[in-house]
Design a protein around this ligand. Structure first.
Ligand code: BGC
Length: 767
């Protein structure tokens, strides 16, 4: 009785506290309505414009500011006070700044916003995509693709909550993250920014990222949280050419099957904003697509937040896509399609003036403007910007704390994936004579990837001096005297591209001869977006040559891959004793790798994508046609191109796991029933380890050719040596559904295989 009373009182107190803490929905709506009713058309349109920081900086033009940054007071006054611009983004001169400089920049902007009639605060937005990208000293986590390889949603949460905290320490409340684009094409330059090729993995990681950014129970108003921004709606990552911002052709049922679920789930998790795909789908510019932005995103998915354009993408409707004769027509198309805010980001004068005229001419309804502004004001109110327009770094003692560092390290250690380990060459014994070589061996830049301290990641070395490269971490572990470093090949530091040169090439081969083992660190330099476009997915010719020449020495080679996307290694893989994929593991990636190489950490990462063997065979794991189907004369096998180097979900451990007793609690089930699937996993090796248990299903016959298999559930577990655990998954009809040719999600009657590791069992579904 007493207990009941205690819990009742506690619940009442909690309800009181939470309702006091967050702005209740109706209060927010009332505030928005009142504000909106007082606004002039010009004030409303100003809210819909977002400019880049350089546009109000002191410099020769609005495209570049002087360094160090300083405001151009006339530009600031004109943009914020005269044009009442609602949002500012990006950093200045493509540089990271210390949090207190950010505080002062944003305070100044807010002082000017306070001079406007209605004193509506500016909302500052930034790409803090794996840590607070543009904050000097911030903790840089592994990139999203690396987080996906952990198959442990906790890491997505941790990455997001630390990024939110450290971004808010700068005074910035809006983050253009996470990327929920499907990583289905390994050629795409932004593959590393997403959660890999599987929609379920992307969905689960995405939901956790939203929780990390915005709070678990809609507490985005908390000063350690930021508004998230899902991007890039929709099907941005699969242009036919594999190159950024080139046309994609994707049928609607494919969009709904593979590309939409992640966005839908993140919207349901409460995401505050969405950014639109810069490109064309099926010949239509997404920024001008009423069907995608209004009908699908806002009406069907019920998205009530802010829809922001991508960089210059309204003007691109005229300049690039040629679907508008001029700026004004481009604006009309985009705003009528449903864009709420234009990332202009320079020429806001034309955006604002033209949009005002369009409304006055009746080409854009004022009700559309009201809808857009309502969404923007609501986000500002929810974030508490009216009460506290800038947060101050002194209030964020955990910025770059040891606690945050640990979480970033954990994510890297949980992700790094062992792909080959012939004769158990790994873990290495301490004290061996080691040669560390290759262009990625001594680079903080390549460990981090793009969007690290600058857009292309080209300024990492200036900001990340205190962290350990792969070489440094190995020296710490094995003692410097026993570790020789000769680079062999290096990236030419000209900025953004992939040029390489020989650097002490002959010396590297000689050093290999004198070593017990060679740690060959290969991959890519940093990039993102257009500068990351690629003409050949093979590992570069120079790195391939270095590998072949080192292999001729006969010394055992451990290949350490450090790359944003899987570059084909088919020709050199047989020459390797071991292969380890580090992806882009961030500032603690060197330390995590060294711990794995020397056995202090048992690797447990799994590939979040199919690692192709050849550039012309980039088929995903969920391709068509069953594996049992043998090609016969005259019958083509759709999966004949599916011959990956390593499969999705692949990754070795220093221990071994044995799966047994895959059973279901029933064999037949119908619509409103669930099936419990259980399996035993035993750690049969000599060390403790972590294993990702994955449940796949295969639909035996369906009205459109079913995928060979699809991931339906997964769980990462820890098993002590000798330990056995039972893992249970519950599935229902919707877990086995697919999108049919009429774009409807259905589960059809019939037989399904359920597969976990090497085991499989059958179930039957009847509506
Ligand atoms: C990218 C977006 C990014 C925006 C703002 C664009 O070029 O496509 O992902 O959020 O710039 O930096």
């Amino acid at each position: 009785m007493r207990k009941t009373l205690f819990y009742c009182t506690l619940t009442a107190v909690l309800i009181f506290i939470t309702s006091g803490c967050k702005n209740s929905k109706s209060t927010i709506d009332q505030r928005v309505d009142t504000l909106l009713s007082e606004m002039t058309l010009e004030e409303k349109v100003g809210q819909m414009a977002q400019i880049t920081l350089d546009a109000i900086g002191n410099g020769d033009s609005i495209y570049e500011s002087k360094n160090p940054f300083d405001f151009d007071i006339k530009r600031l006054q004109k943009a914020i006070v005269d044009y009442k611009i609602g949002s500012v983004l990006n950093t200045t001169n493509n540089y990271a700044l210390p949090p207190d400089e950010w505080n002062s920049i944003i305070s100044t902007i807010q002082q000017y916003s306070h001079q406007t009639r209605l004193k509506i605060p500016v909302i500052y937005g930034i790409d803090a995509i794996h840590g607070s990208t543009y904050a000097a000293g911030a903790i840089m986590f592994p990139q999203q693709i690396t987080i996906a390889a952990t198959f442990n949603p906790e890491n997505a949460y941790n990455m997001a909550q630390v990024s939110a905290y450290e971004t808010r320490a700068c005074g910035i409340p809006w983050n253009f993250s996470p990327v929920l684009d499907l990583g289905a094409d390994p050629r795409f330059s932004r593959q590393f920014e997403g959660f890999g090729e599987d929609p379920l993995l992307g969905k689960i990681m995405g939901e956790q990222a939203i929780k990390g950014y915005e709070g678990i129970t809609d507490s985005v108003s908390h000063p350690t949280k930021v508004a998230s921004c899902l991007k890039h709606f929709l099907a941005y990552s699969v242009p036919n050419s594999g190159k950024d911002r080139t046309p994609a052709f994707v049928p609607e049922h494919i969009i709904r099957e593979y590309h939409l679920p992640q966005f839908k789930a993140a919207i349901e998790a409460g995401a505050e904003s969405v950014m639109i795909n810069s490109g064309l789908i099926n010949g239509i510019s997404v920024h001008a697509s009423y069907d995608i932005i209004t009908k699908l995103l806002k009406d069907e998915l019920g998205f009530e937040g802010v829809v922001v354009s991508d960089w210059m993408d309204i003007i691109n409707l005229q300049k690039r896509d040629k679907i508008a004769a001029n700026n004004k027509e481009a604006i009309k198309l985009a705003i009528n399609a449903g864009i709420d805010m234009s990332m202009v980001p320079y020429d806001y004068v034309h955006f604002c003036d033209d949009l005002v005229e369009l409304v006055k001419d009746g080409e854009v309804k004022e009700s559309r403007i009201d809808d857009a502004v309502r969404r923007i004001l609501k986000m500002k109110i929810k974030l508490g910007l009216f009460e506290k327009p800038v947060t101050i770094s002194a209030d964020y003692p955990d910025f770059a704390s040891a606690k945050h560092e640990k979480l970033a390290y954990n994510a890297a250690a949980d992700a790094i994936t062992l792909l080959k380990n012939a004769e158990n060459i790994l873990p290495l014994k301490k004290g061996l004579k080691i040669l560390v070589t290759g262009p990625n061996a001594n680079s903080m830049r390549s460990l981090n990837g793009g969007w690290t301290y600058s857009w292309q990641g080209d300024k990492v070395e200036r900001f990340a001096t205190k962290y350990n490269t792969i070489l440094e971490a190995i020296q710490i572990k094995n003692g410097s005297e026993q570790v020789k470093f000769v680079q062999g090949v290096s990236y030419i530091e000209t900025g953004r591209y992939f040029e390489e040169q020989e650097t002490n090439y002959a010396e590297a081969i000689v050093a290999a001869r004198n070593a017990d083992v060679v740690l060959l660190c290969l991959g890519e330099n940093t990039y993102t977006e257009k500068p990351g476009d690629l003409n050949d997915l093979n590992l570069s010719p120079l790195q391939t040559k270095l590998t072949a020449d080192i292999a001729k020495t006969g010394k055992p080679i451990v290949l350490i891959l450090n790359e944003g996307r899987p570059r084909c290694i088919n020709s050199i893989e047989p020459l390797m004793k071991a292969v380890i994929q580090t992806y882009l593991p961030g500032n603690y990636g060197g330390d995590a790798l060294a711990d794995i190489l020397f056995g202090d950490v048992n690797p447990s990462g799994k590939l979040p994508y199919t690692y192709p063997a050849y550039p012309n065979s980039t088929v995903n794991y969920y391709h068509k046609f069953s594996e049992e189907q043998k090609p016969s004369e005259g019958a083509y096998k759709y999966e004949s191109d599916y011959n990956p180097q390593y499969e999705f979900g692949y990754g070795l451990s220093y221990t071994t796991f044995e799966y047994s007793d895959l059973i279901t609690d029933k064999v037949r089930f119908s619509d409103n029933q669930t099936i419990t699937v259980s399996v035993n996993i035993k750690n049969t090796g000599m060390v403790d380890g972590k294993e990702v248990v994955m449940l796949f299903s295969s639909d035996k016959v369906a009205s459109i050719s079913p995928d060979v298999k699809r991931l339906r559930k997964f769980e990462k577990i820890i098993l002590k040596k000798g330990e056995t655990k039972t893992v249970k998954f519950t599935i229902n009809a919707s877990d086995l559904a697919f999108v049919n040719q009429f774009n409807k999600t259905i589960t059809e009657d019939g037989e399904f295989d359920l597969k976990i590791a090497n085991l499989s069992t059958q179930i039957f579904f009847k509506n």
